[in-house]
Design a protein around this ligand. Structure first.
Ligand code: AMP
Length: 190
């Protein structure tokens, strides 16, 4: 099964994806992490995108589309992908379906983690010390939250229309959230 998981910055997408990966033997595609790897490895792409990411803006749909196609086209990962942080807008959601269909695949479940801005500010201020991400200042985190809020509605409608959307309370504990998500995935599989 292929899964998308989305939610505002600090919603726990990365943490929950890692847990799902272990439990269901999937492969995590985190566009944020892939982009940070490009920056840390000082690649040509990394040089182009570092200021965009550090300011809390979105990288172009084409750049992230190319990144995810590498995984969608790889037979090893066929029907084993969890997209963490992708799609970020309606164009990307449609593009994901298009790319997957080229490789005879589709999305089976879309998980939305819902978290308040207050919780996000708290989590991001804690994460700042652990991960040292440049885009984790409070000011940029709020901007990333606003970008998310602006773009999310059409994505929700898109996945609702195909009956794939499952909303999860991202305020609960890591274990509670993980149990809820596992139940939803198992339900889809069964
Ligand atoms: P994340 O780790 O998912 O919070 O992403 C960190 C940053 O990477 C975002 O604020 C964006 O600048 C960029 N990014 C990650 N995923 C995407 C995406 N699907 N489309 C555009 N930009 C993205």
């Amino acid at each position: 099964m292929n899964i998308v998981i989305f939610g505002p910055p600090g919603a726990g997408k990365g943490t929950q994806s890692s847990l799902i990966v272990k439990k269901f033997n999937l492969h995590q595609v985190s566009t944020g992490q892939l982009l940070r790897d490009e920056i840390n490895n000082n690649t040509e792409l990394g040089k182009k995108i570092s200021s965009i990411i550090n300011l809390g803006n979105l990288v172009s749909d084409e750049v992230v589309g190319n990144l995810i196609e590498k995984f969608a086209s790889n037979k090893i990962y066929k029907n084993k992908l969890i997209f963490d942080g992708y799609p970020r807008n309606l164009v990307q959601a449609k593009n994901l379906d298009f790319i997957l269909s080229k490789y005879d695949q589709k999305i089976h479940i879309a998980l939305k983690l819902t978290v308040s801005l207050e919780t996000i500010k708290k989590r991001i201020s804690e994460r700042k010390f652990l991960e040292k991400r440049e885009d984790d200042s409070e000011e940029i985190a709020i901007k990333r939250f606003e970008t998310y809020e602006t773009n999310i509605k059409p994505i929700i409608d898109f996945y609702k229309a195909s009956d794939l959307l499952k909303e999860v309370n991202g305020e609960a504990s890591i274990t509670q959230i993980s149990d809820e998500i596992s139940g939803l995935i198992s339900g889809k599989k069964g």
